[in-house]
Design a protein around this ligand. Sequence first.
Ligand SMILES: [Zn+2]
Length: 451
Amino acid sequence: MSLVCRSRLWLLSSILFSAFVQPLAAAQAHPNATGSQAVAARQKEQTGPQAGSQEGYKLPPDKLAKAIALSRIRNILDIAGSVWGIVFLWLLLAVRGWSGLEGWAARRSSRRWVQGLLFFAAFFVITTLASLPLDLYGHHVERSYGISVQGWGSWFGDMGKGLGLTLIFGSLLLLFFHWIVRAAPRRYWLWIWLITLPLMVLVAFAQPLIIDPLFNKFEPLAKTDPALVQKLEKVVQRTGTDISPDRIFLMKASEKTNGLNAYVTGLGASKRIVVWDTTAGRIPDDEVLFIFGHESGHYVLHHILKGLDAMAIGLFFIYWACAGFAAWLIRRFGPRWGAPDLVSRTGFVVLLFTISIVSFLLEPVGNAVSRHFEHQADVYGQEAIHGIVPDPQKATVAAFNDLGAAWLDDPHPSPFIEFWLYNHPSTRRRANFALYYDPWANGGHGRFFAK
Ligand SMILES: [Zn+2]
């Protein structure tokens, strides 16, 4: 749950989901994937009262041209990456590549678990290599537009770490899931679902402790900016949260990017708010307070837990539907693909193939849920700084403008792109809402605070 869509917030996505649900996305750990949009009713809500025709988010002409060009590339890369992931899995089924890999693994060892580990590890290496050209191009583009400042050595290092994690945890996970398919060929999807739930919680808990520090450096914000922490404590008091200063971290993002961001991550004892060092100190403190208020909203409104709940419900139906879809595909194409049944390793890849298709098609659903949470957090953030900064509307609108300029967000994304890819409302929609959101006029109060 972050301020902008470019955070690696779903740790799950690097390990569990990208590894399992969307195998080909595993390598796309670069933080620049764009996010998606809403149905008509919600659109109205998010745009706020149509009190005026003023635009909240504006870019100077030179940045505007860049933002439009860059957004086009990002959107194409995003969709192309997903489609290519699916097509690649299918291609290797059609030319019996996965079936050949299964034979190769079987010749390497007589032990089933060794064969399985070899097969799944090779699977991850192959799919990572397949998505590499698009990933390389994506990073090249982000660098050439001055968003990313991460050198290629460091970028490949992150890629290697991501692949290493996937090889260790992803291969073990798939080995285990495949074992379940063999042990319970009829109800396996239910068992896999039951096991996914505690795994999601575990990964969400461990992400800030084990995984994030592999990619970025963190330190308590109080260490570098005690004055800012003091201001943030005012927001903490108003929100009534127990976010102590040692749960507010600064991430050294400036080594890799010029983008601004902050996010909330972890569960229970590992829960924390992280502010990028490109944000704290680079934009006015009032704006940082809003961003902190937004993140506090995720924290207070339990968005991580609710997100996990939503995902658990969604996965139940996804697994169930994919089990049926995969069974049908194997009856129809199994002999041609070298996948006689689901119990074979190639058959298991057919299951992964169906999961990638269904996840892609359901992306707009997940993004609509995410946009709902993000909008709530925006409202919460703006209300949280009321009485603390001189003008909450102004500070919030200014924050969105700085954010949009730093990431070169398109002020006019196409509704379809917003609907499909955006996991946050567009910057324009967010700024316009903030511009006209003033519940305190005429003595009223906001949604989340009594005054
Ligand atoms: Zn957020």
